[in-house]
Design a protein around this ligand. Structure first.
Ligand SMILES: [Zn+2]
Length: 323
């Protein structure tokens, strides 16, 4: 206690510029401890081997960064608190919460370096982004219910960042290009179809489709939907099939300036999904200036979390490390 009092007395005497430096130091320390605490909780809750499930595990020292490690007496596997989390073998844990906090908005990677002073290389910042985003692509367990809107959207197939052309192994038979539109609209290998469905509670389900066949749409969307709901779409027959398969009603959306749609006296539209698709498109095509198709669903996950106003930063970190 006496030591703490001495620190306080000394702190009261520091200059303004020193105070600013200390403030940043203490904030960083707090973030580092929050990771430590979350990892310690996870360690405490570890009761079985992550590989074989056997409960006969022993404490096995601590990692260099200080987390408890375990060894399974049955299969001899060793593991720690970051196994099966996006933080596995990720260094600089004092920066995790801050990085996750900055993901609440879209900040270009180079700005994370230049404006926010994250002392990491662009490839590392990129790897972190996709490690973290990949956890946001998991579809919610809660099914959609009530008034459901569904629609598909195409994105241009992209191999952004691919070294294929330089390595004489191009992923597509065409010239490499910096940016540009698909040469033919809606052509199989140049456009990627995606499917999104939302309900009035704000729940969002989304998936990348292998093709636009009705069977594909039915098998993808049916598990998302609770029976006795109403599915509203632009009128694609695939959604009528989804409705039949799930015991729902299908209604064709009201189109702008057109009141002639039969059976839609309530004037239902797919405005929510249109707005959401505009947000995703804005993130993918404008703010990120196109993203590689292999990462497309990561950006969908990101857009969903932003749209639903769910927290980033320390809260997201705690979610990811939840035991
Ligand atoms: Zn084991």
């Amino acid at each position: 206690m006496k030591e703490l009092d001495q620190i306080k007395t000394r702190l009261a005497k520091v200059s303004a510029s020193e105070f600013i430096e200390l403030e940043a130091f203490v904030a960083q320390l707090g973030q580092r401890r929050s990771v430590e605490v979350a990892l310690e909780h996870r360690s405490k809750a570890t009761s079985a081997c992550l590989r074989c499930g056997d409960a006969d595990i022993a404490r096995w020292g601590r990692s260099k960064a200080g987390t408890q490690r375990f060894k399974c007496r049955s299969c001899k596997a060793t593991f720690g608190a970051t196994n099966n989390t996006p933080f596995f073998r990720l260094r600089n844990r004092q920066l995790w919460a801050r990085y996750l906090g900055l993901m609440g908005q879209h900040v270009p990677l180079w700005r994370l370096q230049k404006d926010h002073g994250l002392p990491l290389s662009i490839p590392t910042l990129h790897r972190w982004r996709h490690r973290f985003l990949s956890t946001l692509t998991v579809e919610p367990v809660q099914p959609l219910a009530g008034m459901i809107e569904a629609d598909e959207k195409f994105f241009r197939t992209s191999f952004k960042g691919s070294r294929g052309w330089k390595r004489k192994n191009p992923p597509q038979i065409r010239r490499s290009r910096r940016r540009g539109n698909a040469e033919v609209r809606a052509l199989g290998d140049q456009q990627v179809p995606t499917l999104t469905a939302v309900d009035r509670s704000g729940a969002i389900h989304q998936a990348r489709l292998s093709d636009m066949k009705h069977d594909t749409i039915v098998s993808t969307m049916s598990p998302w939907v609770e029976s006795d709901s109403i599915i509203c779409s632009d009128g694609n027959d695939a959604y009528a099939k989804v409705a039949r398969a799930t015991g729902c009603e299908h209604i064709k959306a009201k189109v702008k300036n057109c009141n002639t749609t039969q059976g839609n006296t309530a004037g239902l539209s797919i405005g929510r999904i249109d707005a959401y698709h505009r947000d995703v498109e804005n993130l993918v095509n404008r703010r990120c200036m196109g993203v590689s198709t292999r990462y497309l669903m990561n950006y969908f996950g990101w857009a969903r979390r932003i749209t639903q106003h769910r927290p980033f930063g320390g809260d997201l970190l705690a979610e990811m490390l939840a035991a």
